[in-house]
Design a protein around this ligand. Structure first.
Ligand code: SAM
Length: 182
């Protein structure tokens, strides 16, 4: 089933790097769709697109102007809403049920920014904490996705990449695997 990530309230100046990192983390750890609300940002989308072109895989991204109706539609048509928040239930207390559910329905994993609207806590099927200390949406997303896949998603193959890493004890080694144009 599909794992998708939703970044709430993106602000182009303040959040450019962190929203890019969220999209790249989503892609690297098993999600295949990325959505964001707030401000449309073509620079953010170009950064994501560049990584897909260089490093392969299939990954869809889109700006959503009305997140509340998008969430309603997701619940009606695709599956579950999982909101990551330090106020939620610790992941270790819900991991096995979430792993079971993810076999049959799509997940939309919602992460916040500076302020999360109250309705998100109500509309979510699960409010999940990665520990109960404040940290970062990128850290929360990485840990959540890695646990959900029992660490398998980050080791999968990304087809149609231009580059691949040659794992090395020292230095940075890559090989060109495809010359497709950008
Ligand atoms: N007070 C916020 C909260 O509700 O978690 C922290 C804001 S933090 C800068 C931005 C986002 O990081 C949050 O909206 C949440 O998605 C994620 N986050 C931060 N700490 C988290 C934690 N311990 N567990 C799950 N998600 C967390």
């Amino acid at each position: 089933m599909v794992l998708a990530v939703f970044r709430l309230e993106h602000r182009p100046i303040r959040d450019k790097r962190i929203s890019t990192h969220l999209a790249l983390t989503a892609r690297a750890f098993g999600a295949s769709e990325f959505y964001y609300s707030g401000h449309h940002d073509s620079h953010l989308e170009e950064s994501i697109s560049q990584v897909i072109s260089d490093w392969g895989g299939s990954f869809h991204y889109s700006f959503i102007s009305n997140p509340r109706s998008f969430f309603r539609s997701w619940r009606s048509n695709r599956g579950f809403l999982i909101h990551l928040t330090m106020y939620g239930i610790e992941i270790s207390d819900r991991l096995s049920i979430l792993q079971d559910l993810s076999q049959t329905r799509d997940f939309l994993i919602i992460v916040g920014g500076s302020k999360v609207p109250a309705y998100v806590f109500d509309i979510a099927d699960y409010n999940i904490a990665i520990g109960h200390q404040p940290h970062s949406e990128v850290a929360a997303l990485a840990v959540f996705l890695d646990l959900l896949s029992s660490s398998s998603a980050r080791l999968r193959h990304f087809p149609n990449a231009r580059f691949e890493i040659i794992p090395s004890e020292r230095g940075k080694r890559t090989r060109v695997v495809s010359e497709h144009s950008r």
